[in-house]
Design a protein. Structure first.
Length: 218
């Protein structure tokens, strides 16, 4: 069951089952042996297969198509956890085509934002080199490995939501960028670090789902 994370309620169920199993074997001389056999089962019930790297704080990478509500969720999360949101789109415009320049600007923004407790980032990483740099940035700051939150909204729904707002060609380009970012995340990060959330629900429902997942992860 590699990559599967058991919620607390399920862990309690496993603990109760394991305890009942021990009670059925009332052999005083064998209790130590039985407990040793049960211990790995109990640990697997409680611990995720792939936990975040050691460190304090929270790093959230938001991935979603245009119109999926990433800006709204970033605002909610920033207020909830008192961590800054990094504006990568603006940094990309400043950096142009230079990846080194972009990474340098990102590092400066992390320092300027006082992101000791973590940060929320949208639109980054979009390449493997950027993902490598984000990992280095997080490690240098002694923060946990990033959590990838994907707001899943079908392309057809995105087109419906944004009909008449952007140019059709611009919208298709932005959708293509989103799919590239998602493909990169799925190939780069562990499956257990990628949370796919139905983005067609209300903003409050999406937010509460993210909070629940963060609490279960800690």
């Amino acid at each position: 069951m590699q990559g599967q994370v058991f919620p607390p309620a399920l862990a309690i169920t496993h603990l109760t089952s394991a305890y009942s199993w021990l009670q059925l074997h009332r052999f005083r001389q064998n209790r130590t042996m039985l407990l040793r056999r049960a211990l790995p089962f109990l640990l697997l019930s409680i611990l995720p297969a792939s936990a975040q790297a050691p460190g304090n704080g929270l790093v959230i990478v938001l991935i979603g198509p245009p119109g999926s509500g990433k800006t709204t969720q970033a605002q909610f999360l920033q207020k909830k956890y008192a961590i800054p949101t990094l504006a990568v789109d603006e940094l990309r415009r400043t950096a142009g085509s230079s990846t080194d320049r972009l990474n340098d600007l990102l590092r400066k923004q992390v320092l300027a934002a006082d992101a000791k407790k973590g940060f929320i980032i949208d639109g980054y990483p979009s390449t493997r080199a950027e993902a490598d740099y984000l990992g280095k940035l997080v490690n240098d700051a002694k923060l946990p490995s990033p959590i990838i939150v994907q707001l899943d909204v079908p392309d057809a729904e995105v087109r419906r939501r944004l009909q008449g707002k952007p140019e059709a060609k611009d919208l298709e380009n932005r959708l293509a960028v989103y799919h590239r970012e998602l493909e990169l995340a799925r190939s780069y990060y562990p499956e257990s670090d990628i949370w796919t959330i139905i983005g067609t629900r209300t903003p409050r429902e999406v937010f509460e789902t993210i909070i629940t997942l963060v609490q279960d992860r800690k």
